[in-house]
Design a binder for this molecule. Structure first.
Ligand code: G4P
Length: 281
């Protein structure tokens, strides 16, 4: 799923977020473990002021685990609760309920002092498109989830998923735009497939990925595609085309196809677990 954001979409997304935020105690923000900063919305801290915050490093299965742990430490250091998860396979999901309680401890304590007991924590999932919001909500709610708020006699408004007696989740996630104005960020978002490939031509984008891989994960492409060490990025795409028998008109190397294969392999985790940005950068 690709999104094209225009100023009108952004204004609408912001307005919806501002409305929903009034109803909740906790913002569960999903980021992509391969690009934890580049996949954050630039305005989320402003929008989420005064609310408890939990950052989930989603798609942790696709990123280097040692760096995942560094990111968790980084976010905790900044005052957020943070955990790594794999929403697709359910990894880390079991611990979320207790992490939610922990993230809202101050609020629960405030309630208790005011004599409000056992009021469920209300949470909302937010993040940029494709970061895994729906997958996460499904994994967390499971099949047996009960929706609340649509009882007879109650005006149909927001739908809440009752996770247990102490947590309710807004059933529609907040979709927010990424920081695409920054070119380097845009490139990383394009690598993971979050914004349209047309930002750059497929070959250009793949060539940038080859350069990144050469610098940060040397030898990985050579091993994966059984190719010799290439002189430059475009030569690498030609070698991949040769190795994968990507030909046009029977004999010419189809580097466009090789580029698509490379991007697809990267996005699907078939080049191994790769992180595109580390905390110190
Ligand atoms: P969104 O609501 O934020 O837009 O994202 P959504 O849940 O639709 O997830 C986007 C894609 O990311 C889906 O793949 C989903 O399976 C995948 N995904 C979500 N969480 C994880 C995770 O923790 N690890 C991995 N590896 N993938 C994850 P898709 O290609 O659209 O569909 P499919 O391949 O699952 O059929």
């Amino acid at each position: 799923m690709h999104f094209q954001w225009y100023p009108g979409h952004m204004t609408k997304a912001r307005r919806m977020m501002q409305e929903n935020i009034k109803l909740i105690d906790l913002i569960i923000e999903l980021v992509d473990a391969r690009i934890p900063l580049s996949s954050r919305n630039p305005d989320i801290d402003e929008l989420g002021k005064g609310k408890a915050r939990l950052i989930l490093l989603n798609k942790a299965d696709l990123a280097e685990d040692r760096i995942n742990d560094e990111w968790i430490a980084y976010f905790k250091d900044k005052g957020y609760s943070a955990v790594k998860v794999n929403s697709k396979k359910g990894g880390g999901i079991k611990s979320i309920q207790s992490v939610i309680q922990e993230a809202c401890r101050e609020k629960t304590e405030r309630d208790r002092k005011r004599g409000i007991l056992n009021r469920p924590v209300r949470a909302m999932v937010v993040g940029i498109p494709n970061v895994g919001k729906s997958t996460f909500i499904n994994a967390l709610a499971g099949k047996a989830c009960a929706k609340t708020g649509n009882k007879p006699g109650v005006t149909k408004g927001k739908q809440w998923i009752r996770l247990n007696k102490s947590v309710e989740l807004l059933d529609t996630p907040g979709i927010l735009w990424p920081k695409f104005e920054d070119q380097e960020v845009g490139l990383k978002l394009a690598f993971i497939g979050s914004i349209k490939d047309e930002i750059l031509q497929t070959e250009e984008l793949a060539a940038e990925l080859v350069k990144f891989m050469g610098n940060s994960y040397p030898g990985v492409l050579e091993e994966k595609y059984a190719i010799p060490e290439p002189g430059d990025a475009y030569e690498c795409l030609a070698e991949i085309a040769k190795s994968r028998h990507c030909l046009v008109r029977g004999s010419e190397l189809d580097t466009e196809k090789a580029a698509a294969i490379l991007l697809d392999d990267f996005r699907g985790g078939r080049l191994g677990r790769i992180t595109l940005e580390t905390p110190e950068k």
